[in-house]
Ligand binder design. Sequence first.
Ligand SMILES: *[C@@H]1O[C@H](CO)[C@@H](O)[C@H](O)[C@H]1NC(C)=O
Ligand SMILES: *[C@@H]1O[C@H](CO)[C@@H](O)[C@H](O)[C@H]1NC(C)=O
Ligand SMILES: *[C@@H]1O[C@H](CO)[C@@H](O)[C@H](O)[C@H]1NC(C)=O
Ligand SMILES: *[C@@H]1O[C@H](CO)[C@@H](O)[C@H](O)[C@H]1NC(C)=O
Ligand SMILES: *[C@@H]1O[C@H](CO)[C@@H](O)[C@H](O)[C@H]1NC(C)=O
Ligand SMILES: *[C@@H]1O[C@H](CO)[C@@H](O)[C@H](O)[C@H]1NC(C)=O
Ligand SMILES: *[C@@H]1O[C@H](CO)[C@@H](O)[C@H](O)[C@H]1NC(C)=O
Ligand SMILES: *[C@@H]1O[C@H](CO)[C@@H](O)[C@H](O)[C@H]1NC(C)=O
Ligand SMILES: *[C@@H]1O[C@H](CO)[C@@H](O)[C@H](O)[C@H]1NC(C)=O
Ligand SMILES: *[C@@H]1O[C@H](CO)[C@@H](O)[C@H](O)[C@H]1NC(C)=O
Length: 797
Amino acid sequence: MAVILISFLIGLTVVSATTFDPIPLIDPLIGTQNGGNVFAGASRPYGLAKAVADVDASVSNAGGFATDPGARITGFSAAHDSGTGGNPSLGNFPLFPQVCPGDELDNCRFRIGDRMVGWKEGSVTARPGYFGVELENGVRADMAVAERTAVVRFEFPAAGGGNGTGTGGWNVTEREEHPLVLLDLTDLWQSRQNASVSVDADTGRLKGNGTFLPSFGAGSYVMHFCVDFFGADVFDSGVWVNNRAGTEPKELFVTRGFNLFFIEAGGFVRFKNLVNNTVTARVGLSFISAEQACRSAETEVPDPVAGFDGLVGAAEDAWREKLSPVSVVPGDGVSEDLQVSFWSGLYRTMMSPQNYTGENPKWDSGIPYFDSFYCIWDSFRVQHPLITLIDPVAQTQMVNSLLDMYKHEGWLPDCHMSLCKGWTQGGSNADVVLVDAFVKNLTGIDWNLALEAIIKDAEVEPLEWSYHGRGGLQSWKKLDYIPYLDFDPVGFGTNSRSISRTLEYSYNDFCLATLGQGLGRSDVYDKYIARSTNWQNLWRADQKSSINETDTGFTGFFQPKYLNGTWGFQDPIACSSLAGFCSLTSNPSETFEASIWQYQFIVPQSISTLISLLGGEEDFIRRLDFFHQSGLADISNEPVFLTVYLYHYAGRPGLSAKRIHTHIPTSFNTTNGGLPGNDDSGAMGSFLFFGMIGLFPVAGQNVYLISPPFFKEVAVTSPVTGKTATVKIVEGFDASYANLFIQSVKVNGQPWTKSWIGHEFFTEGWTIELVVGAAESDWGTKLEDRPPSWTGGEMSV
Ligand SMILES: *[C@@H]1O[C@H](CO)[C@@H](O)[C@H](O)[C@H]1NC(C)=O
Ligand SMILES: *[C@@H]1O[C@H](CO)[C@@H](O)[C@H](O)[C@H]1NC(C)=O
Ligand SMILES: *[C@@H]1O[C@H](CO)[C@@H](O)[C@H](O)[C@H]1NC(C)=O
Ligand SMILES: *[C@@H]1O[C@H](CO)[C@@H](O)[C@H](O)[C@H]1NC(C)=O
Ligand SMILES: *[C@@H]1O[C@H](CO)[C@@H](O)[C@H](O)[C@H]1NC(C)=O
Ligand SMILES: *[C@@H]1O[C@H](CO)[C@@H](O)[C@H](O)[C@H]1NC(C)=O
Ligand SMILES: *[C@@H]1O[C@H](CO)[C@@H](O)[C@H](O)[C@H]1NC(C)=O
Ligand SMILES: *[C@@H]1O[C@H](CO)[C@@H](O)[C@H](O)[C@H]1NC(C)=O
Ligand SMILES: *[C@@H]1O[C@H](CO)[C@@H](O)[C@H](O)[C@H]1NC(C)=O
Ligand SMILES: *[C@@H]1O[C@H](CO)[C@@H](O)[C@H](O)[C@H]1NC(C)=O
């Protein structure tokens, strides 16, 4: 019995009342250093084509470009992911421009290690829809994109010993050398298994495909390309292998060689009669066929030379439109840097997932198809809630894509990239993405199908649970926890993380209960609300924690438990920033990418119960403070996000406000290294956004925790209802943020004592007015004013 809400308002055009333009406040280079892995190049919102200069693997190059010292440019490629960890993703079929010394083909440098080159200092320009750089070899490269097509314009240094711009000034240059552009049959990770290229001797068109490996997943994918050149005539063309090239043959098939050794190879074209010393390459990409890549390119970018500026302008407009629901009145004295952090973070949220509609070779359901959910363990907490808020149409398409994967692949993914299944990090957290969309009333989703998919996660263990579903379900059902060193002959995965999986499965079951309740299925609700308490079974009341043999003074932590009920042991600080990193492959442990200290707070369904377990409010706050101040908290990874705001649940919302200001701008700033860790497809950017607007979502629940915004006023217009929600500081705003504490709140003019509010605030276009001051007040302190926690029976609201 489904309650399907139908809205006739979807697609309503949002009319922006102001002429404010956020584009100049976006800096795509934030997060391009120290492993932020942000994609800094030209992209449209959710675009498949993402063009940028790629740098070599001596630095962290997962996003293609990086500004770390020593990085050198290896090529220019047109598909990327943004902010991801794992191996470097995509970066397929890079082009590289050069002039062969003496015009001798054999003097050109083909292999990456030979050809890579630095760039001229200060020559990088990055803004939405555009990326440009000048190489040390004198070639200038400018990039723009359409949805599936990239345009890379190479301007070569003047011909003939630099006697100006050629014999005809800005006319056609008669050069003695013939600039070369090569295409490399590789990706950033050199994961290519085999590939083909052919070159058309008359037109210079390069066509082909390659089979590659997903950078954090299973299987392989095929990508196809179609490259055309404009603004010059073909001088000659051919293929290259290792460091030799020839004008015959005109095609090539390459595999991995002896011992799977990687062979560098590709195609090339040399040019004559260049206009303005420039060759413009148009790169079409497709996951279906080279013909489809050519067709997209021809349709999307008929004239890449004259159309270049228009492409940049169209991409800017697309970004403007996507960002238009949000507007800000910064307030006197608020730095431009804070605004740049804010808008850049919001911008990065819409790089991925990517819109691969019409590009899925595995099925075509006739509805939009998104991929690059990379990974949901990162994105379920704040990124999907943010897309739900400012681009609900896209979020609906993403949820439907996840359900489409369920239909065709049998399971919801926890991670998915390049049309392949990605590795699961913890629970089945697509469940949370679906239920978050449900509690926020997104329409156009088959909620009964969603219920079916989530129940399958909860009930059926797949043979291979490293890339979908859950492991250890027999034990989960029988023992109500995931045992340490489980005996599980039913399915296979990385048999670690018993504590973090127990916690995440508990919350996944809570979300399932929520959906069951919403759909009127009390049977589902009763069953899974009971299972959502399973986390308590790993609570070891007498466990202590020491740092360097000094007791921290806190007693009671989660611990691993064997099948037979005997406790195992994991040091509560293990896997924290103080004690080494734990992932699926490096140092796998009973918690994933964070410590027991971190995971003790990951019970978003029942924080009030947790507070009791930890000895009451005061002890809870002492513990939370210790966690944040001792170096145990790791602001560079997603599990930490909600812990910044947990003070709300102990009646001290002012301490949450204080805590967020210790991270912004200290760890999130406008430098190229201005992110504390991988952006993770925009997860860090989303954390910044919600932190700065003063409304923090608890994913999977209809709850935003209220704290003072960093700006005097922020407004968000719902693209669904067209109504505008506003949060503003009406008294006490101060840009030095001494007045961090909410004194009183009004919603639509009426006093509001609760420290949280629901999504109706946004869809109904309410107004929150805040009075702030320099000392904590009693606002939000009373038991009944705290955010909801499930304590048995109903949620305590
Ligand atoms: C410029 O260089 C070209 C090519 O080397 C040469 O033909 C031409 O005479 C030169 N022009 C001048 C003004 O030096
Ligand atoms: C370009 O070439 C045309 C025809 O040869 C000539 O009339 C014109 O002056 C040239 N322009 C420049 C800027 O040299
Ligand atoms: C290319 O490699 C893939 C993955 O190993 C393989 O399935 C495919 O058969 C290969 N193609 C050719 C033509 O050898
Ligand atoms: C890749 O291109 C080659 C050469 O055109 C072709 O024979 C092959 O079928 C293509 N592979 C795929 C998977 O389309
Ligand atoms: C060549 O450069 C000149 C001067 O910037 C410009 O006016 C002209 O449009 C360019 N030609 C082409 C084909 O881009
Ligand atoms: C994704 O692309 C398809 C096909 O172009 C389009 O119909 C759909 O609206 C796009 N989705 C978004 C959110 O832009
Ligand atoms: C969702 O719809 C229900 C029923 O119309 C309504 O009571 C609730 O407030 C809505 N929730 C949100 C978040 O808009
Ligand atoms: C533990 O002691 C060592 C050696 O004195 C010191 O280097 C390290 O920083 C200490 N670790 C913590 C977490 O205090
Ligand atoms: C339970 O199993 C663990 C691991 O095999 C073992 O070390 C422990 O002694 C067992 N406890 C009991 C009570 O048998
Ligand atoms: C900017 O953020 C980075 C990453 O969190 C941090 O290491 C750096 O100290 C910050 N810089 C400034 C000037 O705050």
